[in-house]
Ligand binder design. Structure first.
Ligand code: SAH
Ligand code: SF4
Ligand code: F3S
Length: 473
């Protein structure tokens, strides 16, 4: 076994001392007051952050807190931040700003800020100077240190700014608390080696490191045994799984192994980088029993010069080749993508090449983003930045093009019966229940509380660009 990227077990175990100390403290408080201290975890950003927050929640429970859905009556607030775009950072900072009055009301409230945003030194400084009521700050390499940081703050009274580890290592064995009893995230690797020229992730998540296959198989088997139905494997570039640690297996091998687990469940994964989305992986998916025929393959741009400037290491020909092979092997595959508009130097011609690729590939759904310069990345230093008005206008055109395509992709599903995993009453549409198809499309129907967490057979009666509407049969 190669343990190169794994945090020594003793380091995780060392946190147990702090966990126990806090647990006793919190138990004593509960006995004395008849009230348990409450922890509130707020998450920004991607599924990787959601998965990390499940560990923050798990650790909080182990320390003797109960979880609450609102910051108002919390004794511990943890804000897990994202740095991918300026907007994500501003939203987090604004919410942290609002917690000032909570601290004024309850001086014993503890506020911790963690995650990608505060893994950047300049943002750590912002918190230090502009948000003096934040008690402790820790980056993505120190997630497992939460119990220690709380103890330090309580015992010494001083604010704690946890230095980043020089190496980002995988901490196995942290407790996980999931809100859902049927959908789960499983991180299979952390970090990124790709340094796309616009992206902050490699700077705030460190280099790639993969978990050992045995650990992942054990975790997924346990989830399936506990009734989980939909499991998403997470990593910034799952297709390089295993390479960093020199494991003798790759991502396709891992999927093959997980596919052997018995039970009624679907496996998904994200994200795949087009430069290494292999035919072997597509073959494994096509032949599998449990892997959903759904592929998220971020294209970013449909212009070859822009792809080069983005440091993506593929061109549109290679991208189309992968898509064609995938559709040949899995004609029913749902294909989604990410696009950035307004990358520095993007000309009208480059942008039109992206629109032309959308028409050619015909994605089921697109996550589109306006380019946001990230401090410390090469693209942010470029002089040919695109004016905001041009970026917004292109963004609108992109949406209009994609909405028409998505509608055309969804229409043929009308009158088809699909299997849908029900998520309960829809948040946006409380008169209806919502669920997800195998292709991860949203389905709305009239359901009952009993349907939540179960598969239902769903007859599609109507489709728009964003969702399917129909009935349970
Ligand atoms: N590792 C994944 C994606 C991580 S970030 C991948 O390689 O696909 C999710 C998406 O955010 C990216 O695919 C990209 O489209 C977008 N993104 C990343 N940096 C951005 C930036 N600086 N401005 C705008 N969008 C960005
Ligand atoms: Fe960012 Fe590129 Fe890594 Fe994705 S592959 S996380 S876009 S650097
Ligand atoms: Fe954001 Fe960090 Fe994810 S920057 S998108 S939370 S990896």
């Amino acid at each position: 076994m190669n343990e190169k990227n794994i945090l020594p077990r003793e380091e995780v175990a060392a946190q147990e001392v702090y966990t126990l100390r806090l647990r006793q403290e919190n138990d004593a408080y509960a006995t004395e007051t008849g009230r348990r201290r409450k922890a509130f975890v707020l998450t920004f950003g991607c599924q990787q952050n959601e998965a990390d927050s499940e560990k923050l929640a798990g650790m909080s429970l182990s320390m003797g807190y109960v979880l609450t859905q609102t910051p108002d009556d919390a004794d511990l607030i943890l804000v897990n931040t994202c740095a991918i775009r300026e907007h994500a950072e501003q939203k987090a900072l604004s919410i942290i700003g609002q917690y000032k009055h909570l601290k004024a009301k309850n001086p014993s409230l503890l506020i911790g800020v963690c995650g990608c945003m505060v893994t950047q030194e300049h943002r750590k400084d912002d918190i230090k100077h502009r948000y003096p009521y934040v008690d402790f700050v820790f980056g993505t390499s120190s997630l497992h240190r939460l119990p220690q940081l709380i103890c330090q703050k309580i015992e010494h009274g001083k604010r704690v700014f946890c230095p980043e580890e020089s190496e980002y290592l995988v901490a196995e064995g942290l407790p996980i608390h999931s809100e859902s009893s049927y959908r789960a995230w499983v991180s299979i690797m952390y970090g990124c080696n790709n340094f796309c020229s616009y992206c902050i992730v490699p700077y705030v998540r460190g280099r790639e490191r993969s978990r050992e296959m045995g650990e992942i198989v054990r975790e997924v088997s346990e989830l399936v045994n506990n009734g989980y139905r939909d499991i998403t494997l997470l990593g910034q570039n799952v297709n390089s799984y295993g390479k960093d640690s020199g494991y003798p297996y790759d991502f396709a091998d891992l999927l093959c192994e997980l596919d052997k687990i018995e039970g009624d469940f679907l496996l998904r994964f994200m994200t795949s980088h087009p430069k290494d989305a292999s035919r072997k992986l597509i073959d494994v998916m096509a032949a599998s029993k449990h892997v959903a025929h759904q592929f998220h393959l971020p294209m970013q741009s449909g212009s070859d010069p822009i792809l080069r400037a983005m440091n993506r290491h593929y061109d549109t020909t290679k991208y189309l080749d992968t898509v064609n092979y995938m559709r040949e092997k899995m004609p029913d595959v749902t294909l989604t993508s990410d696009i950035i508009v307004g990358f520095p130097g993007e000309s009208e011609e480059d942008f039109e090449a992206t629109l032309a690729m959308l028409e050619r590939v015909r994605f089921d759904m697109l996550y589109s983003f306006i380019y946001s310069p990230r401090k410390g990345t090469p693209a942010a230093e470029k002089e040919d930045q695109i004016p905001p008005a041009v970026k917004s206008a292109r963004f609108e055109r992109l949406l209009a093009t994609q909405n028409a395509i998505a509608l055309e992709k969804n229409q043929p599903l009308v009158q088809k019966t699909l299997r849908v995993l029900c998520d309960g009453v829809s948040k946006n549409n409380p008169a209806l229940y919502a669920g997800r198809t195998e292709g991860n499309k949203i389905a709305f129907f009239e359901g009952t509380p009993d349907d939540t967490g179960k598969y239902v057979d769903f007859l599609v009666e109507r489709a728009d660009a964003f969702a399917l509407y129909g009935k349970k049969i």
